[in-house]
Design a protein around this ligand. Structure first.
Ligand SMILES: [Zn+2]
Length: 291
């Protein structure tokens, strides 16, 4: 299954294809324009992180990975290859829904090997000024996010969701990225948002929205949840834990990932979801064929 678009920050045209991968591979990006060079979607390859999360391996960049990785977690995909022919993922409509649709069209295949979870055993909290992110033990994967922007359409918003029962597809995937019109010129001068438009981002004016309607009244905070789930995918495993974030961003999301991976006493690997079910859930792969 293939799609085409432009990168949000680079504005570069890009084609994307999702292919199946064997159990245990995880998510792998493959640059078909660079002899098929592969960059694994894991914490070790995290490079620049500011307005988007980028991976780099031996000088090869994969930019703005968070939305497609979020879609993989949301659809329960553990293993897949993402082929692209440029340095940045396409922004499409600014949400994860087009990636979810692409994954569903490719098909989802149950694999024989049990899925490995990263189960949080004790809390880990990071603070930076008024920004906060933490993870706490839980039998399911849940996320709670708070943002606070001085804007008539936003203000203080909190959104909490348990990702275990299909909530991602209904509550999170459609939420689009957003930006403030008054910051656009400065960001363009930094080489950012060159592909941004009212087709792929919610654009906030000082007192409203350039491109209504919103898909949810609180679409902004839901998009932050989407981003966080995408960044946490860099753990390389589905989490069993409750993640809480307050005014965090990609840098803090990925800092939590690397701190967690370094602190082996904070988690354990398990193949059992809740200790009650006897059958371990299987790993799932994107199937590659049109379904
Ligand atoms: Zn985003």
């Amino acid at each position: 299954m293939e799609c085409a678009g432009v990168g949000l920050h680079s504005g570069a045209p890009v084609h994307l294809r999702i292919l199946p991968a064997p159990a245990g591979s995880g998510i792998i990006f493959r640059r078909v324009d660079l002899d098929g060079f592969e960059v694994e979607a894991i914490s070790r390859n995290v490079a620049r992180v500011s307005y988007a999360t980028s991976l780099m391996k031996r000088g090869v960049l994969i930019s703005t990975t968070e939305h497609v990785l979020s879609a993989f977690t949301g659809t329960g995909i553990d293993n897949a290859i993402v082929e692209l022919d440029n340095l940045e993922l396409p922004i499409l409509d600014g949400s994860a829904t087009p990636f979810v649709d692409l994954i569903r069209k490719a098909g989802i295949r149950k694999q024989r090997r049990p899925r490995t979870y990263l189960r949080i055993r004790r809390e880990l909290e990071l603070r930076e000024g008024d920004k906060f992110i933490a993870v706490y033990p839980s039998d399911t994967y849940s996320v709670s996010y708070t943002i606070n922007f001085r804007h008539p359409l936003i203000g203080k918003e909190t959104f909490s969701v348990d990702l275990s029962d299909g909530n991602y597809l209904r509550e999170i995937a459609p939420a689009r990225t957003f930006g403030f019109l008054h910051q656009a010129d400065a960001m363009r001068q930094q080489g950012l948002i060159r592909g941004a438009s009212t087709e792929n981002a919610l654009v906030l004016t000082p007192d409203g929205l350039m491109n209504p309607p919103l898909r949810y009244r609180d679409e902004f905070v839901r998009h932050k949840v989407l981003d966080l789930i995408g960044d946490l995918a860099l753990l390389g495993k589905q989490i069993l834990g409750n993640v809480v974030a307050d005014r965090a961003g990609h840098a803090m999301h990925t800092a939590l990932v690397s701190r967690l991976l370094r602190d082996r006493s904070a988690w354990e690997e398990t193949t059992v979801e809740d200790g009650v079910r006897r059958d371990a859930p299987a790993a799932y792969a994107a199937a590659g064929q049109a379904g």
